[in-house]
Write a protein that binds this ligand. Structure first.
Ligand SMILES: Cc1ncc(COP(=O)(O)O)c(C=O)c1O
Length: 430
C-alpha cells in the first residue's frame, strides 16, 4: 500500500544491524532493540507520535552531525559550510514551496524552541499575548505558568465554550478587545476541531495584534492538503516536524518577509547556538516526501481514520469532547466510566495500546491525573491501517473501559492488539 511504501522506501540491513554500536555499547544497543520491539508490538495512539521514514532516519544518523554552522546559509560564523549551506537551502526552499510561505527557518531544535524564538523576534518581556490555555487544549508554550512563555510574557487565555467545548470566535474577539494583546496565538495540543484562521486573522487585525498559528499538531495534514492552511492568514506559523509531518524531531518557523531577519536572529544567536545539520538534512528529506502523492494519500487517510475511530468509539457509547473530531485526534471523557486518565494510560500500556492521559476543558482532575485520554490516528495510519482496523481498535478501547478490572478482558485485548500489530509491521527490521 502506498502509505506504507513511503515509510519503508530505502530499507536496508544497516538500520537495525548497527554493528559498530553493538560492539561499542552493547547495553545501549540492547535497549534500542527493546524499544523497537515495544514499538512493533504496540498500537501507538498518541496523536503527537509517528513513524519517521527509513530515509529520514538515515539522514538523521549521519556525519552531518559533525558540522558546526551557526548563522544562516551564506552568512555563517564557521568555515567549511559550503555543503551544509546547500543542505539548509534545500530544506528551507522545500518548506517554503510546500506551504507557500515567504520565509522559513528550519533550525529550531523542537516545537517549543520554535515558539520561543518566534515570540522573542517581536515581543519584549512583559508584553501581553492571548493564547489558549493548557487545560483548554493549548500547549505549555502558550502561556503556562510553568513554561518560559508564562514567565516571560503576560499571557492571557481564551477558552472554549462551556456548552459545546468548541471555540466561540465572538468570545475570543471579546477577550482580545478586553486584553489588547500584542500577539494572538492560535493552535492546540488537544483540540479535536478545525480552527477558523480567517476569524483569528480578523480578530488580530481589529485589535492590532500579530497572529501566530502553532500548527505543531496538524502541519502534516496541511502539507498533504487534508486541512486548511493557516499560512495566508498568519504573521508567523510554527510547527514540529516529528508529529503528522512524519519527520525527524524538530521545529520550524515560517513568517512573512517583513519578519524574516528578526526570526533568523531570534533563533541564532537569540535562543539557540549551532543548528543540528543532521536534523536539518532529515527535515529536507521529510519535506520532499511531503510533496509527493503518497503523502497526500497518507494525510487524507489520517483524517478518515480519526473519523472512523471516533465513530467506532461513539457508536459504542463512549463520549468524546465536542462529540467527535475534524482532524487527527480526539479526547475521551472518562467520567462516565468512573476512571481517571493515569490509571487508564497504565492499564492500556499493559495491553499494548499507547495513549496519554489528557485534561479537557472545565472538567477537573489534575494535570498529572486528568479525566480524559487523548487518542490519534497518525502513527497507526503510517503502519498502513485503515478504517476497518480503526473499528477494531475502537472495540478494544471500549472493552478495556467497560471491563476495566477484568483480567480476562485484558488478556483478550492484548492478544487482539498484538495480532493487529503483526499484520502491520514496522518498516525498520532488516
Ligand atoms: C501545539 C504544540 N506546540 C508546541 C509543541 C512543542 O513541541 P516540542 O515537544 O517539540 O517542544 C507541542 C508538543 O506537543 C504542541 O502540541
Amino acid at each position: 500500500m502506498a502509505v506504507q511504501q513511503q515509510v519503508t522506501a530505502g530499507v536496508h540491513n544497516g538500520l537495525t544491524a548497527k554493528p559498530a554500536l553493538r560492539a561499542a555499547d552493547p547495553e545501549l544497543a540492547a535497549l534500542m532493540d527493546d524499544e523497537l520491539t515495544r514499538q512493533e508490538e504496540t498500537l501507538e495512539l498518541i496523536p503527537s507520535e509517528n513513524l519517521a521514514s527509513v530515509a529520514v532516519l538515515e539522514a538523521l544518523g549521519s556525519w552531518l552531525n559533525n558540522k558546526y554552522a551557526e548563522g544562516v546559509p551564506g552568512k555563517r560564523y564557521y568555515g567549511g559550510c559550503q555543503v551544509v549551506d546547500e543542505v539548509e537551502n534545500l530544506a528551507r526552499d522545500r518548506c517554503r514551496e510546500l506551504f507557500g510561505a515567504d520565509h522559513a527557518n528550519v533550525q529550531p531544535h523542537s516545537g517549543s524552541q520554535a515558539n520561543m524564538a518566534a515570540y522573542a523576534s517581536v515581543l519584549s518581556p512583559g508584553d501581553t499575548v492571548l493564547g489558549m490555555a493548557l487545560d483548554q487544549g493549548g500547549h505549555l508554550t502558550h502561556g503556562s505558568a510553568v513554561s518560559f512563555s508564562g514567565r516571560l510574557y503576560n499571557f492571557q487565555a481564551y477558552t472554549v465554550s462551556d456548552t459545546t467545548g468548541r471555540l466561540d470566535y465572538d468570545e475570543v474577539r471579546a477577550r482580545a478587545r478586553q486584553v489588547s494583546p500584542k500577539m494572538i496565538v492560535a493552535g492546540y495540543s488537544s483540540y479535536p476541531r478545525l480552527l477558523d484562521f480567517a476569524a483569528f486573522e480578523d480578530i488580530a487585525r481589529e485589535v492590532g495584534a500579530l497572529l501566530l498559528v502553532d500548527m505543531a499538531h496538524f502541519a502534516g495534514l496541511v502539507a498533504g492538503g487534508a486541512h486548511p492552511s493557516p499560512v495566508p492568514h498568519a504573521d508567523f506559523v510554527t510547527f514540529t516536524t516529528h508529529k503528522t509531518m512524519r519527520g525527524p524531531w524538530g521545529g520550524v518557523i515560517m513568517c512573512r518577509a517583513a519578519h524574516a531577519d528578526a526570526v533568523d536572529k531570534s533563533v541564532c544567536p537569540g535562543t539557540q547556538g549551532g543548528p543540528q545539520m543532521h536534523a536539518i538534512a532529515a527535515k529536507a528529506v521529510m519535506f520532499k516526501q511531503c510533496q509527493g502523492p503518497e503523502f497526500r494519500t497518507y494525510a487524507h487517510q489520517v483524517v478518515s481514520n480519526a473519523a472512523a475511530l471516533a465513530w467506532g468509539l461513539a457508536s459504542r457509547g463512549i463520549e468524546l469532547t465536542t462529540g467527535g473530531t475534524d482532524n487527527h485526534l480526539m479526547v475521551i471523557d472518562l467520567r462516565p466510566f468512573n476512571l481517571r486518565g493515569r490509571a487508564v494510560q497504565t492499564a492500556f500500556d499493559e495491553v499494548g495500546i499507547t495513549v496519554n492521559a489528557n485534561a479537557f476543558p472545565g472538567h477537573g482532575g489534575t494535570p498529572y491525573n486528568p479525566n480524559g485520554i487523548r487518542l490519534g490516528s497518525p502513527s497507526v495510519t503510517s503502519r498502513g491501517m485503515g478504517e476497518a482496523e480503526m473499528d477494531e481498535i475502537a472495540d478494544l478501547v471500549s472493552r478495556m473501559l467497560r471491563d476495566f478490572d477484568d483480567q480476562t478482558t485484558r488478556a483478550l485485548v492484548r492478544q487482539r492488539s498484538l495480532a493487529l500489530c503483526r499484520r502491520f509491521p514496522l518498516p525498520y527490521r532488516s
